[in-house]
Design a protein around this ligand. Structure first.
Ligand code: C2E
Ligand code: MG
Ligand code: MG
Ligand code: MG
Length: 283
């Protein structure tokens, strides 16, 4: 496609195209290297019970710091990995690292570990199930300490295989969470059809909640709806005391965000968890 608006515009378009393609090619080969050289590391962000302020879980978030390209945000490399197929390998890394750490942390506190799964990973349900079973078995983590986060897009084009995988996991005690709630295009009816335990309110609803009355009403309505359906609620992107108090007052169960902690490397998360369990500590 050639733009018709003059020679300079065309040149500009051409160059930016090339750099985009180049960046994708660089990322692609660097990501393969990073996987080979074990440069993919899971970070952990605490999830707190808003009432007791105890850490009840952690979300595992993937980090890649490339030797040449620097820090690459997960939103960028996960999208690429979904296209080039590396997502299945990344998923395996996430499961094995997160289950390993979570199993180790059980001696400090009975926390759950939440792992993100993109819809593309459900294209091969057998592989995914095998990866999860292996992660649990080799770490010794109990299935009821694992929480799987999926987004609404999985349910939009779902097939029977996905539904039976989710049901199978849940029968084994794995928890299911709907992530980024309210940002997808799904009809709400899926909440009745699928066996979700928890719903995670997307961070975008919380950003200006102290100024924005309509976002406040939305959050409040989401919480009320989840409660009516017996689904527990997590708020992500909790950044202020105000957020915490509002959410608690509206009956939100759990919170996660910079107000409590950023995602941390495993050893730092372990220190935080240990300290939070000491009797004198008030988180
Ligand atoms: P997500 O699952 O919705 O994760 C929450 C994101 O919000 C994380 O971004 C987290 O660092 C960020 N966050 C948490 N609290 C706050 C806060 O108070 N303020 C702000 N500004 N941000 C906060 P992150 O780590 O960059 O991850 C982005 C997305 O990448 C995730 O969104 C998830 O969709 C995807 N992702 C990350 N790790 C994995 C993984 O292992 N597998 C898959 N499939 N996707 C992953
Ligand atoms: Mg998530
Ligand atoms: Mg989320
Ligand atoms: Mg989100």
């Amino acid at each position: 496609r050639v733009k018709q608006d003059g020679r300079n515009a065309y040149r500009f378009y051409d160059i930016s195209m090339t750099t985009d393609v180049q960046r994708t090619m660089d990322l692609d080969s660097r990501l393969r290297q990073a996987i080979k050289n074990n440069r993919i590391e899971m970070y952990y962000q605490p999830i707190l019970d808003l009432e007791t302020k105890q850490i009840v879980g952690a979300e595992a978030l993937m980090r890649w710091e490339d030797e040449k390209l620097g820090f690459i945000p997960p939103d960028e490399f996960i999208l690429l990995a979904e296209k080039n197929g590396l997502i299945h390998r990344l998923g395996e890394i996430a499961i094995s690292q997160a289950c390993y750490h979570a199993a180790h942390w059980q001696s400090i506190a009975p926390i759950k570990i939440s792992i993100n799964f993109s819809s593309v990973q459900f294209r091969y349900c057998d592989t995914l199930l095998a990866q999860i079973k292996k992660g649990l078995k080799s770490s010794g983590l109990a299935a009821n300490k694992l929480d799987i986060e999926v987004t609404e897009s999985l349910l939009f084009n779902h097939n029977d295989e996905v539904v039976s995988l989710l049901e199978d996991l849940r029968r084994q005690g794995v928890e299911l969470t709907i992530d980024d709630f309210g940002t997808g295009y799904s009809a709400l009816s899926y909440l009745q059809k699928f066996p979700f335990d928890k719903l995670k309110i997307d961070r975008s609803f919380l950003i200006d909640i102290d100024q924005n009355a309509s976002n406040r009403e939305l959050v409040s309505a989401i919480i009320a709806m989840a409660k009516a359906l017996n689904i527990r609620i997590v708020a992500e992107g909790v950044e202020t005391k105000w957020h915490t108090e509002y959410l608690l007052q509206r009956g939100c169960d759990y919170g996660q965000g910079y107000y409590f902690s950023k995602p941390l490397p495993a050893d730092e998360f372990e220190v935080l968890l240990t300290h939070s369990r000491m009797p004198q500590s008030v988180a």
